[in-house]
Design a protein around this ligand. Sequence first.
Ligand code: IPM
Ligand code: MG
Length: 366
Amino acid sequence: MELKITCIPGDGIGPEIVTEAKKVLNSVAAKYGHTILTKDILMGGASIDVHGIPLTDEAIADAKAADAVLMGSIGGNTTTSPWYKLSPEKRPESGLLKIRKALNLFANLRPAVLYDELADACPLKKETSEAGFDMMIMRELTGGLYFGERKTVTENGKRVATDTLTYSEDEIRRIAVKGFDIARKRRHKVTSVDKANVLDSSRLWRNVVEEVAKDYSDVTLEHMLVDNCAMQLVKDPGQFDVILTENMFGDILSDEASMVTGSIGMLASASLNDTKFGLYEPSHGSAPDIAGQDIANPIATILSAAMMLRYSFDLDKEADAIEAAVKQVLKENYRTVDIMPQDSAKASQMKKVGCREMGSLIAERI
Ligand code: IPM
Ligand code: MG
């Protein structure tokens, strides 16, 4: 099979981790007889430096022309980088928002899994981490506060800023359908998260999710208020299978969920439209403080490449091979610095490796 992949190395550690993901993809291609054609495009700060804007129309066209997009990370230090002296629509992040909208990537899947080998890194109570957890956060990605009208005006000499939160029933329905479909492939439970005790948009969200649930009698639906969900993620994360939520709540809850795994360097994500096309990226950011030092953890990007094979190309066997290779290197005690055990006795049993070596170890185990 021919896999046409557009890559966005991006900023910070992005280029290093994307290089390792490509290494692993090439190893998969060699083993399973596929051809991988990649093309790099600029986005974020890297694009600002060359073109003055975070995403050009040509780059969008290159992304659209591929079967899938693999991204590293974008953005820099928001207090020291000159990119953040630009007006908001010219900053790195607006490139990401623009590509999400341009490619209609409305469904953002963010798995948060506690790996057995890394259970020590979980900051939760021992009995909670021992029970384990494996959830999928389904975040709506092209609506809500992120894309509503916004303005800052001066009224009676005082500045007033407004952001608007709008959802149509169609926008809610299509993400809910994806959420229930995914729950069917997992443990058949959807927790829909909203703020229906306050917001109209949440009340509509709840109604539409209820309507969609009627077509999925094999899936259990529960509703949860977002503040309670934030608490439950720390108290009892094992209760969650699929968390279905709107854009802003999903942004916040997915960071929280990744943190409770204790290993954000391990977490992948996928942003999908209503075809097989998707953009795949690690859940973590660009970590500009450690860029270029060969110490970043490439595993989240490598696992994002596995999600890409699974969701955009239906190559389940190949995706399984990547996931198994990752588990294998962990079992063999290879660790990048971010997933080293805190305990020094345990740490001394580990083999500390850099970004490149970790990529090579995984590629060799495909
Ligand atoms: C994320 C990020 C982005 C978001 C930022 C960089 C715009 O936090 O992907 O979660 O808020 O969606
Ligand atoms: Mg975020």
